[in-house]
Design a protein around this ligand. Structure first.
Ligand code: MSP
Length: 647
């Protein structure tokens, strides 16, 4: 084990011009979940995060607040650590680019490149974006505004003597590396973007600024300060002790996976960074993962919109609404972020969405599974786990298969799929309790069967707890505690998680209590009260009777229902509306099992313009009550023929 490579995971190091919001927290949460999973796998892990503290942007932010840059960066770095602590981020190293160890690495790296001829002095004339700390070629700029669509701030024309890195020299090697190592860049869409960017031709990169105050001086030419991106990328090397601590470096380098979002994926991490490493013949990171962007309540995250709320504040708000512990709410946010993680495209973070997941996945599914089984154990066996009879092979095999799926999802960095697999197991086990009806077994005195059913259910809860632990460490610990298992959860090993029989007969459950109180509609903030939204409050406007008459509402009978592939919220339904059978795609998969809908009569709008949803044309929309984010279908209280008009 000791000669096995340390699994090395990195987040971007964040600019200290502001404290973290849901956006940067999500990258850190993803990295943390990966780190926790690899520790569970028994690997030694170094999970590094940190702050990017040099450069004109930080200097400007410090000046705006009337502080000297070092005091300013000390304060914000401390706030980052505090917020990561509140989000239960288990980082092993927190790297700050103003640290001595990092300054030495940057200077040494650059000296070696100057010596090898890969860095040379030249004159730079071009556009610079302070906000993105990025140089742009004149050909990329059309209107003196930053060409990055996420930025669009005014550019500054810069003309000065700089050091240049011979990036152009690495064009072919880079392209070859990407093509020969399909795992290097994930997801696929961004890999293609990188290839297109490289094929467009790489120019040598300016890697210093002249006479600029806040940054790392070039050792050979102290009038020059190292360009902040060249400096920042090297943080990943600093963490490994390069070049001074050869043992640590050999044990740790290269990173097994580096996480970030799409904004810094193409130009910096997939191009400049690997070329820098190639120039010193250092191995490249094994994988780079560039997820999509979050919006909040449909809006871009920005300070001026007032929606750049620290996630710990959101957790407190959720705790106020739900009555759950703040740490449980932190886990709910971690769950939401991982379940809805934007990968190829972007995702929206909304309080309504969070509440929906809280109620449906956490309170109804996971919470219910735990509660009902612990309560039955308390009622029928005085809270002591009974002896198991021969295991139910269907459930035992399913548990093993789910654990394989979770592991595969981690290997391919498909985090929402890992959770989807775990929730399939949880759903199956809730259905298992319904099917086996332990209360009937108890009534009929079938004690052995009752013991077997409860053992099977609780053993499944144990396995689910290990599975959710990387995502929701606090919740997993509470479940573990309630199950009464003596061995520490932290001592569990993933490869043994699904070995049936981990829960020992005679174990006494303890402190049984619901973890996720269901949020009712009354407690749900109305949209205009939702934290982090900046929308004008307003009443729903009146509509005229004529406008209402335009809606063609009818009853319909559901003839078939199935999940839409690749979309865990959607069901595809065939609905008989008397005159014809319509296909309707409805976002109700979390609330209704497809089979339970067959022959049900529902209400739908039949003259809504058809829309393509996930490649399926939806020819109508079902009406449902929104209760705390949960969709409850409207159904007539007696038989009505399909196609009856609803007025
Ligand atoms: N300092 C550089 C990174 C240097 S790494 C060698 C930087 N810092 S940053 O503070 O701007 O952080 C950018 C990163 O924050 C993104 O790549 C992403 O990980 C995260 N995010 C910031 N806003 C985000 C969203 N709205 N959505 C998702 N992630 C976001 O760039």
């Amino acid at each position: 084990m000791s000669d096995e490579k340390t699994f090395y995971i990195t987040t971007p190091i964040y600019y200290v011009n502001d404290v973290p919001h849901v956006g940067n927290a999500s990258t850190t949460i993803v990295s943390d979940v990966m780190a926790r999973f690899m520790r569970l796998k028994g690997r030694k892990v170094i999970f590094a995060t940190g702050t990017d503290e040099n450069g004109p942007k930080v200097l400007e932010a410090a000046r705006e607040r009337g502080k000297d840059p070092q005091t300013f960066t000390d304060e914000i770095a401390a706030q980052f650590k505090d917020i990561w602590g509140k989000l239960n981020i288990s980082y092993d190293d927190f790297i700050r680019t103003t640290e001595e160890r990092h300054i030495r690495v940057v200077q040494e790296f650059l000296s070696r490149l100057i010596a090898s001829g890969d860095v040379y002095k030249g004159t730079y004339a071009g556009w610079y974006c302070l906000s993105d700390e990025t140089f742009f070629a004149a050909s990329e700029v059309t209107d003196n505004l930053c060409p990055n669509p996420e930025c669009r701030k005014p550019l500054k024309w810069v003309e000065e003597e700089n050091y240049f890195f011979r990036l152009s020299r690495y064009t072919d090697r880079l392209k070859r590396h990407i093509e020969e190592n399909p795992e290097f860049l994930t997801p696929e869409v961004r890999r293609n973007e990188v290839l297109r960017f490289i094929e467009g031709g790489l120019r040598d990169a300016s890697i210093s600024r002249s006479g600029y105050g806040w940054g790392i001086p070039v050792r050979e030419d102290p009038q020059q300060v190292v360009y902040v991106w060249f400096d920042a990328l090297l943080n990943y090397l600093t963490v490994t002790g390069w070049p001074e601590d050869a043992e640590k470096y050999n044990q740790t380098w290269p990173p097994d996976v580096e996480f970030m979002a799409k904004d810094i994926f193409v130009r910096f991490h997939s191009t400049l960074w690997p070329a820098m490493l190639m120039a010193l013949d250092l191995p490249l990171p094994k994988r780079l993962f560039g997820h999509g962007f979050w919006t909040i309540e449909g809006e871009k995250i920005s300070k001026s919109k007032g929606n750049a709320v620290p996630p710990a504040t959101l957790a407190r708000q959720l705790a106020d609404i739900s009555g759950a512990e703040v740490d449980v709410c932190v886990d709910a946010i971690r769950y939401f972020v991982m379940r809805e993680l934007p990968v190829s495209s972007d995702s929206d973070f909304s309080m309504q969405g969070l509440i929906r997941r809280f109620n449906a996945d956490l309170a109804n599914d996971l919470g219910n599974l735990l509660n009902r089984n612990l309560q039955m154990l308390t009622r029928y066996f005085e809270g002591v786990v009974p002896q198991q009879s021969p295991p139910d092979s269907e459930i035992r095999d399913l548990a093993a298969q789910i654990c394989c799926e979770v592991e595969e999802a981690f290997e391919s960095l498909q985090f929402p799929q890992a959770l989807a697999a775990l929730w399939r197991f949880i759903a199956r086990m809730n259905k298992y309790a319904d099917e086996k009806a332990p209360w009937v077994l108890a009534r009929e005195g079938k004690i052995e069967d009752l013991a077997n059913v409860l053992y099977t259910a609780l053993e499944s809860v144990r396995i689910a707890a290990v599975g959710v632990a990387p995502f929701m460490p606090t919740v997993a610990k509470i479940i573990w505690h309630q199950l009464g298992i003596e061995e520490a959860l932290s001592g569990q090993v993933w490869d043994r998680a699904a070995v049936w029989g981990g829960l020992k007969a005679g174990t006494r459950v303890r402190d049984v209590a619901p973890i996720f109180p269901r949020i009712t509609a009354k407690e749900t903030p109305r949209k205009e009260e939702t934290p982090a939204v900046n929308e004008p409050a307003g009443e729903t406007p009146y509509i005229s009777f004529d406008e209402f008459k335009k809606l063609d509402l009818r009853t319909g009978q559901i003839k078939s229902a199935e999940k839409v592939a690749g979309a865990d919220k959607l069901l595809k339904l065939s609905v008989d509306i008397g005159s014809e059978v319509r296909t309707v795609v409805a976002g109700i998969a979390q609330y209704y099992a497809p089979d339970a809908l067959i022959d049900k009569t529902v209400v739908l709008i039949v003259n809504l313009a058809p829309a393509k949803i996930r490649g399926v044309e939806s020819q109508g929309m079902l009406l449902a009550a929104d209760v705390g984010g949960e969709a409850i279908l409207l159904m007539p209280d007696r038989d009505v023929p399909p196609g009856s008009k609803v007025r």
